[in-house]
Design a protein around this ligand. Sequence first.
Ligand code: ZN
Length: 287
Amino acid sequence: MESVDRVPLPRGRGRGQVRGLLLFLLSMLLAGPVQAEIPLALSGTAAEGGLMLGKTAPGATVTLDGAAVRTSSDGDFLLGFGRDAAGTKRLEVTLGHEKAVREIAVADRTFRIERIDGLPKKKVTPDPEALARIKEEKAEMDAAKKTTDAAASYLGGFQWPARGRLSGVYGSQRILNGQPRRPHYGTDVAAPVGTPVKAMAGGRVTFVHPGMFFNGKTVLIDHGLGLRSVYIHLSDTSVKAGDTVTAGTAIGAIGKTGRATGPHLHFALTLGSIPIDPELVLGEMPK
Ligand SMILES: [Zn+2]
């Protein structure tokens, strides 16, 4: 026999409905001010050396672990995680009275140890004259990093700046002629002198140097919102400060100028002062 409850519900709200409403209000209280109304999209890699591309509503305020994150007028933003940044980061996006919160689990990575021997002694332990030159060159480059474009020029996409053999990876602990140095914050592509080097993303050239002590011929590109790429040891440069580039614009050629044992491109990506792993952004080098 089918059993159908034919007892009419009392007028007004049923007890179940009231309980449902209470549960809903309770869940709202427990969830805090989290609202689904603020659009929030994230892509990229949540790992040490990773870069995430974010998009929210124009005018929203973004913070990561309480620190302000720069946004474009379209609501684009970037999150970067350094070499030793593993752990949970709290992303908060606020617009008016609404707030969206995301916990981002940044994965731990293990980095290699690389030994490089046979470097000229003066390039490993510079003399006082060289130290003064290095300091001056650093100041020049730092000055070019004081500002960044407010537009997200990187949105056109990323591409490998050169083709060749990967001869150095991000994050490795370098031991030069037996002396431990700071980790290698870049990717090395070994290829013959003269191999074309292209901009890895759209942006504006902010610095070109004809021959730095360590870096040799150098190009620095600002991709907006604090994202920058640098290309060093070049044999030739074909852009000047102020030039606008898109991903793939020719900027120079592979060389071995500065502190290099053989022809290769060292390129690095930073978000503000955070070193990003280019390989996590670019993926595998196309054949
Ligand atoms: Zn390198």
